[in-house]
Design a protein. Structure first.
Ligand code: NAP
Length: 307
């Protein structure tokens, strides 16, 4: 059986594409990915998604979108796509031990948090190192924590974490922040937040088996001076990488690995393959913009199929 539309990824972009293509009677087939519902399932309150004047919990919003897509006949399977072949039609998509063939593909695999890239960071991931303050902040009540990064995410996470932590140290590799003025001002005015400038994390100290994270070895990039910081948690907030590894060589990517689409469309360089959401958007990265491009992708796929 050759599917009309195969959607890879199940965040707001993919699920909106599923709702629209299901309502166009295309019977979309969605492969959820490792994190069904996407990044919003890692958040708590979402207060800026239009239509919810009192806000809505991220996982609840995604569950509603999923039910809405299923109501119109979207077929959703649990699985992780590990290979695609867009070199000929029908397109081929492999997940687990299965293969599905498709007339059109909508890529909505989103992005994942970037890591510093040192061995001790991955060793202590989940044992004091986190990439999600909203998920793990609660565990740091009454403790000292550090946040790496100088962008909006780092400011947001540090500010949020002061609800729990006694002190939050923002470790930034330069001496000026990238974050927007309003987010900077809020963090700089918070008495619980302290800034450590021109500094990188050289090593995360502690053991996975025993006490978890016990401190950080820091390096000042200007003086080369090494110091230690006593903290029990490290939140890495240095941006995101698009989840495009399996599409390398299949569709055109930009220098940062995002799928290239023209400004007014979700078309990729392969006719019949579309991309929406954070996998093609490094600028806005909002649930509502992802949903918007998901809608565009479904409409474009439908038009392409009816040609
Ligand atoms: P970002 O703007 O790309 O900032 C990443 C920060 O991490 C930068 O300060 C960067 O340093 C630092 N960094 C990157 N790689 C590093 C490394 N290997 N080691 C140490 N530091 C490193 O990412 P973001 O903060 O996640 O924000 C992404 C987008 O989402 C932005 O457009 C932002 O405005 C938006 N956003 C908005 C909100 C909000 O409005 N509520 C919240 C979060 C994010 P340099 O400055 O030296 O490059």
């Amino acid at each position: 059986m050759i599917r009309n539309v195969v959607i890879i990824g199940s965040g707001p972009a993919g699920l909106t594409a599923a709702i629209y293509s299901a309502r166009a009677n295309l019977e979309p087939f969605m492969i959820e990915g490792k994190e069904p519902g996407g990044q919003l399932t890692l958040t708590t309150a979402v207060e800026n998604f239009p239509g919810f004047s009192e806000g809505i919990q991220g996982p609840d919003l995604m569950e509603e979108m999923r039910k809405q897509a299923q109501r119109f006949g979207a077929h959703i399977v649990n699985g992780f796509v590990h290979k695609v072949d867009f070199s000929s039609r029908p397109f081929r998509v492999w997940y687990g031990d299965e293969e599905v063939q498709a007339k059109t593909v909508i890529i909505s695999t989103g992005s994942s948090a970037k890591l510093i890239g040192i061995e001790s960071e991955s060793r202590l991931m989940g044992h004091g190192v986190s990439t999600c303050a909203t998920c793990d902040g609660f565990f740091y009540r009454g403790k000292r924590i550090a946040v790496v990064g100088g962008g909006d995410s780092a400011m947001e996470e540090a500010t949020f974490l002061t609800k729990f932590a006694t002190e939050a140290y923002v470790i930034h590799r330069r001496d000026s922040l990238r974050a927007s003025k309003i987010m900077q001002d809020r963090a700089l005015a918070n008495p619980k937040i302290k800034f450590i400038w021109d500094t990188v994390v050289d090593e995360v100290l502690g053991s996975r088996e025993k006490d978890g994270l016990t401190g950080l070895k820091l390096k000042n990039v200007k003086s080369g001076q090494i110091s230690t910081l006593d903290v029990e948690g490290l939140f890495v907030a240095i941006g995101h990488n698009p989840n495009t590894e399996i599409f390398r060589g299949q569709v055109e990517l930009d220098s940062k690995g995002y799928i290239k689409t023209p400004g007014n469309s979700t078309r990729t360089n392969v006719a019949g393959v579309f991309a929406c959401g954070d996998v093609q958007d490094s600028v806005y990265r909002q649930a509502i913009t992802a949903a918007g491009t998901g809608c565009m992708a479904a409409i474009e796929a439908e038009r392409w199929l009816s040609h």
